[in-house]
Design a protein. Structure first.
Ligand SMILES: Nc1ncnc2c1ncn2[C@@H]1O[C@H](COP(=O)(O)OP(=O)(O)OP(=O)(O)O)[C@@H](O)[C@H]1O
Ligand SMILES: Nc1ncnc2c1ncn2[C@@H]1O[C@H](COP(=O)(O)OP(=O)(O)OP(=O)(O)O)[C@@H](O)[C@H]1O
Ligand SMILES: [Mg+2]
Ligand SMILES: [Mg+2]
Lengths: 259, 219, 219, 263, 263
């Protein structure tokens, strides 16, 4: 192997890869026994196994801390539903798409403020929207013209639901499947899901590697492609509600170039 | 409902991390406290300046900033710490700076006459410090050290912000898995309180043991 | 990743927004802590055993558990019993309660440090209990309390980053939000540290001044 | 009131600290205008007696009459009840005390130390209180320091101010507890002089605890020698100091003389 | 060394605290075995002289010779250099000091207080150090309290232990600074007795600062009267106390006597 392969050799030697996750089911989750699951880590675990790395060790992180953490060498890879966007593609190197999802909003029953898009939130000067700090939804809301002080940074999904129930925010935005999972857990008839949010693109995530680890990423892509072809990929992600077809219908290059 | 026992196990794991952090942080803090506390009383300007800079810096910047720095910025100058190492480092250095002032204050609280008695008995500087001043100062420091250790215990909660799986963090996990806020938080509040009680009980019994025979001295 | 001055100037206005909230929270928290502390100190001196014991235990509990968890509790659990507080208000209440347990100790020490001879002289002068408090004890107890109180308010200032956990957009939260947006941690976190250091160094100067002017009553 | 009625009448009082009995059934009487010196070894209970008279300690048993009235008890419908705060306040008007460590109010200037109590407890107008304070400060030789703070005074000066402060309430009885023992040897004399003058000029009743036998001799009409909370011997100063009858008294005086004090 | 060479030779020393000059060109000599009493008003610099001899204060100018050697200077190649810590340590072996407030080590028992310095500074083995300590404690009458902690002793007992502790290093010169003035009057005598015995039995050189004129009289071969950092008068005790020549001395003694002290 060339110098570029050294990262993979190193991971093989230590027997595990360090991954960053977010604890946002169904993308990533920590079970009652502390075991890491969720669609993104499950895919990563399988691919690393095929590459000869026995296991993955996960640490939970805020979205905003993932890329700095990757750059600082805290993790080897981010497998957390970190959607591909041009500026992120500039900061890290992505694998081919893994999980795709549209954006959703959680509101009170009957959608009292009539939101359909982030622009609707921007127009209502009394409306506040919650989103994870550094996540895609925060940026979409800000880009749609919602002022900073009306975009509430919510630390985690459970807090978001709670704040919505308590009337502290008027909408809480996450990807569709994440919102569905939260609603199922909350079992609250007074909540309503708006999905997909109009005007918001469908995003796909990929495993994100540090710049310089392109060789590792390429090896990852090779195995990912094989799994997509063999149908094993669909077997892992579809029980979580994700569509394998959506991931296979697009490419990294398209997503990274998108405006 | 069977799930709860699993979640409780998660919280116990967190408690172990918290205890581990508290113990290791306390050891580092104690070491730094004596180093910097005595450094501030040194005859040498350079030592005094170093100790003062350390103390003022770590007391002046917030523990959060120190934690984020140790975790996110240190790697860029080539020091990559595990979350546990970063946590212990930030907590130990931070609390050590406060405890250094305790060490200094306790040493200074020993009256000048004790130093003079040492000189009159021709004890060297270090001999006097080791046999006369420190044994007395230690007793003065202990109660405040106990408070410092409790402060350190409480400060471990913030390491959850750099994703160390301590008590508070695990409570967050349980909360996000179960959707219940009251139970995990109430549970960890009680655990923290019990740990704090254990610390103050331990320090008090240590103090009693050391004060034996010294009756009337501190009155 | 290197230090980027352009980026520093770009994010400065955002961070200053955060500084304002940080200072506001500290000021409001200080006022509340001063009042809560007085309440606790008075309750603990009360001849009503049940009251003084209960308040004493609660104060111990609050002092032995992390502020971060208390904030979560106030912000996320209290709404279940119908108490819905805006983030800043919840934060100020958390700070005020937590530090109130410390200021209570300051009040107690201030009063206890007035020598017994002063109570006795007041009695020999035939002053009533009320006159003794207002003319003899309180005027002597307050000046040494001022630096001690200021000390805790400075400590509180350094703990305000905890409020970011309950969505208050104070300095630390602004910095994190900036960091999340640009994927750069070095500048915002270092700047936060610098802000804290500068304000702390100023407050150390202020504290020394307070100590010089109020620390001791010459007898 | 006839001159033969005692102004202080102590009747079988007892006092314990924890399990330690300091006074056990002590009785004694003091006539109006008498100058009394209480002497005796350390721990014999001298200070405790003064503090009980000043109501700084409570008694466990017995009775005390001051100026014909019960100190710790009130007579109500022929019954003796424990005194309430109002009763004590009224009784304390008759008694003043000067402490070993002065206990001046450090946050008030000399003048305010002296005027505070008359203004607060008797409602004396400021002008009148200050006029009287000036007279008293002149008497103790401190008039020129009226505006000073206590911290700016020497020990002897502080003690003289403390005497003026106690006198400002015009008590009938003055209690002095080792008022010179915290002073530098050279400053002792100035305080003693003030007290000698006071003893000679007023007909106040005075109780003095001291370890300075020479001073006790000059000052007192009568000397009480205490040991373990009991009066072992009493009499005129010359009798006690020159011809002590009790062995315990002799031993005590011998020790004190050997230690270099003049009798 | 001939008996006529002074063991302490103070030569024009001066000492200031801030802008306040306590000693200004003071000179004096002490012969081996002499017992010297330093008396004088408060603030006249008596304590300062002892503290300078014990190297607790530095001098600003002048020279001190102890036992033929410079105290604050070292002779190196014919030049006088300021003494370093090693030189001071060697010189301090010749000098011991007893303080007004005893300054015992509160965390060590009586025995350990006495043995600590010999074991640490001279490397005396524990057994030998304890044997010698026992002799000294016997001499001061404290042998039965060897295992007590200082807090369990009376003031007089503490001071006797402090004397034994200073003697344990067998200094040639002993300095005593008002060793009885913090004691209860009844306890003064026991300490004075120990010191009288010490003065009579050893040929150690001793300097004593005291306000107890009677004691100074009994103890000393020679008395120095100080005022404002100067020796105003010196001579045999009888001369100084009975027939002081200087007006300042007369005034001082009169005041002290008036304050109730025996001469
Ligand atoms: N507050 C207290 N608590 C416990 N014991 C006390 C208290 N006050 C006094 N005593 C004890 O009571 C006894 C008598 O004390 P008191 O002060 O009256 O003696 P004294 O004759 O004034 O002695 P001295 O000459 O030393 O002042 C002493 O043994 C003392 O230790
Ligand atoms: N450390 C110091 N700082 C400032 N002034 C001092 C210091 N030590 C002594 N002095 C001053 O020096 C003068 C001489 O003090 P010293 O203690 O030698 O007097 P003394 O003769 O021993 O008096 P006393 O009989 O009161 O003990 C005093 O005026 C004192 O205030
Ligand atoms: Mg007494
Ligand atoms: Mg002196």
């Amino acid at each position: 192997g060339s110098a570029d392969d050294s990262k993979l050799e190193q991971l093989k030697a230590q027997g595990f890869a360090r991954v960053a996750i977010a604890n946002e089911p169904p993308y990533t989750a920590v079970a009652a026994d502390g075991k890491v699951s969720g669609a993104a880590p499950d895919v990563a675990r399988e691919i690393f196994k095929r590459l000869g790395v026995a296991d993955i060790v996960a640490s939970i992180s805020e979205y905003g801390a993932m890329i700095p953490g990757l750059q600082a060498g805290r993790f080897d890879v981010v497998t957390a539903g970190l959607f591909m966007k041009p500026e992120r593609c500039a900061a890290v190197v992505y694998s081919e798409p893994v999980l795709c999802d549209a954006e959703a909003m959680l509101v009170k029953k009957g959608n009292p403020k009539g939101f359909k898009s982030y622009e609707d939130v921007a127009k209502d000067t009394t409306a506040t929207i919650g989103a994870p700090g550094g996540g895609t939804e925060e940026k979409l809301a800000l880009n749609a013209g919602v002022p900073r002080e009306r975009v509430i940074v919510v630390p985690d999904g459970q807090s978001g639901v709670k704040m919505l129930q308590d009337g502290r925010i008027d909408a809480y935005s996450l990807p569709v499947l994440s919102i569905n999972d939260l609603v199922k857990k909350a079992a609250d008839p007074n909540l309503e899901v708006i999905a997909p949010v109009q005007g918001a693109p469908v995003y796909c995530d990929g495993a994100a590697f540090k710049k310089g680890d392109e060789a590792l990423r390429d090896a990852f892509d090779v195995e990912l492609a094989k799994m997509k072809k063999s149908g094993e990929f669909a077997k892992i992600i579809e029980p979580y509600g994700f569509s394998a077809a959506a991931a296979m219908s697009t490419t990294r290059d398209k997503l990274c170039a998108a405006k | 409902m069977t799930q709860w026992s699993g979640y409780f196990g998660l919280i116990l794991q967190g408690a172990l991390v918290t205890i581990e952090l508290t113990l290791m942080g306390s050891v580092l803090a104690l070491f730094m406290a004596f180093l910097a506390g005595m450094g501030r009383l040194s005859r040498f300007f350079v030592l005094r300046a170093l100790a003062t800079a350390y103390i003022e810096f770590f007391r002046g910047t917030s523990i959060f900033v120190q934690l984020f720095w140790a975790y996110f910025v240190l790697p860029f100058i080539g020091i990559s710490l595990t979350p546990l190492q970063a946590g212990v480092l930030a907590l130990g250095l931070n609390v050590g700076a406060y405890a250094a002032e305790v060490v200094r204050g306790a040493i200074q609280s020993i009256g000048r006459e004790q130093y003079e008695a040492c000189t009159a008995l021709n004890l060297g500087r270090w001999q006097g410090m080791r046999h006369v001043i420190l044994p007395q100062a230690l007793l003065v420091m202990l109660p405040t050290f106990g408070n410092n250790a409790i402060e350190l215990l409480k400060a471990t909660a913030v390491v959850s912000l750099i994703s160390l799986t301590d008590l508070t963090f695990q409570a967050q996990v349980v909360r996000s898995q179960t959707g219940n806020t009251l139970v995990p938080f109430a549970t960890i509040l009680i655990i923290y309180f019990v740990l704090a009680l254990l610390i103050s009980w331990g320090v008090r019994s240590l103090e009693r043991r050391m004060a034996r025979g010294l009756d009337g001295v501190r009155a | 990743m290197e230090w980027d001055w352009n980026f520093v100037w770009e994010i400065m206005p955002t961070l200053i927004q955060g500084v304002k909230i940080t200072i506001l929270a500290t000021l409001l928290g200080s006022v509340l802590a001063a009042i809560v502390g007085l309440g606790i100190a008075l309750a603990r001196r009360s001849p009503n055993r049940a009251l003084s014991r209960t308040v004493g235990f609660l104060a111990e509990f609050i002092r032995g558990t992390p502020l971060l968890v208390q904030l979560y509790f106030i912000f996320y659990v209290l709404p279940d019993i119908g108490i819905l507080l805006p983030p800043l208000v919840a934060g100020v209440i958390g700070l005020g309660l937590h530090y109130g347990t410390y200021t209570a100790e300051v009040y107690r020490a201030g009063i206890d440090n007035v020598p017994r001879g002063q109570w006795e002289a007041a009695k020999a002068c035939n002053l009533s209990a009320r006159q003794t408090w207002t003319h003899i004890i309180i005027p002597q107890a307050i000046p040494p309390m001022i630096p001690a109180l200021a000390n805790y308010f400075i400590a509180m200032f350094k703990e305000t980053p905890l409020l970011s956990a309950i969505t208050v957009l104070e300095l630390m939260n602004q910095a994190k939000s900036v960091a999340n947006t640009y994927y750069r941690y070095i500048e915002p976190i270092t700047l936060v540290g610098a802000f804290f250091l500068v304000i702390s160094l100023f407050s150390v100067v202020l504290l020394r001044w307070l100590e010089r002017h109020y620390g001791k009553i010459e007898r | 009131m006839s001159a033969s009625a005692p102004i202080i009448k102590i009747d079988g009082i007892s006092k314990s600290f924890g399990s330690f009995k300091v006074l056990d059934g002590l009785s004694m009487q003091v006539m109006p205008g008498e100058k009394l010196a209480l002497i005796g070894p350390s721990g014999s209970g001298k200070t405790t007696i003064l503090r009980i008279l000043m109501t700084l300690e409570r008694i466990d048993g017995g009775h005390i009459q001051i100026d014909g009235e019960q100190l710790y008890h009130m007579e109500r419908n022929g019954q003796l009840l424990p005194a309430d705060e109002r009763h004590l306040t009224r009784m304390r008007q008759k008694i003043g005390m000067v402490f070993q460590l002065f206990n001046l109010f450090p946050h008030k200037c000399v003048m305010d130390n002296v005027t505070l109590a008359p203004m607060l407890t008797k409602g004396t107008p400021r002008a009148a209180a200050e006029k009287r304070a000036m007279e008293l400060l002149e008497m103790v030789g401190m008039a020129d320091k009226a505006k000073n703070m206590p911290a700016q005074l020497s020990g002897g000066q502080k003690q003289r101010v403390a005497i003026a402060r106690a006198l400002a309430l015009s008590p009938k009885i003055m209690l002095f507890d080792e008022v010179t023992s915290a002073l530098d040897p050279e400053l002792v004399e100035e305080v003693m002089n003030v007290m000698r003058k006071l003893a000679a000029e007023t007909d106040m009743t005075m109780l003095l605890v001291t370890h300075e036998m020479g001073f006790a001799h000059d000052f007192a009409d009568r000397v009480l020698f205490f040991d373990r909370g009991k009066i072992v011997e009493e009499g005129k100063p010359d009798e006690i100091f020159r011809h002590p009858k009790q062995e315990r008294t002799q031993g005590f005086l011998k020790k004190i003389i050997a230690a270099g004090h003049r009798v």
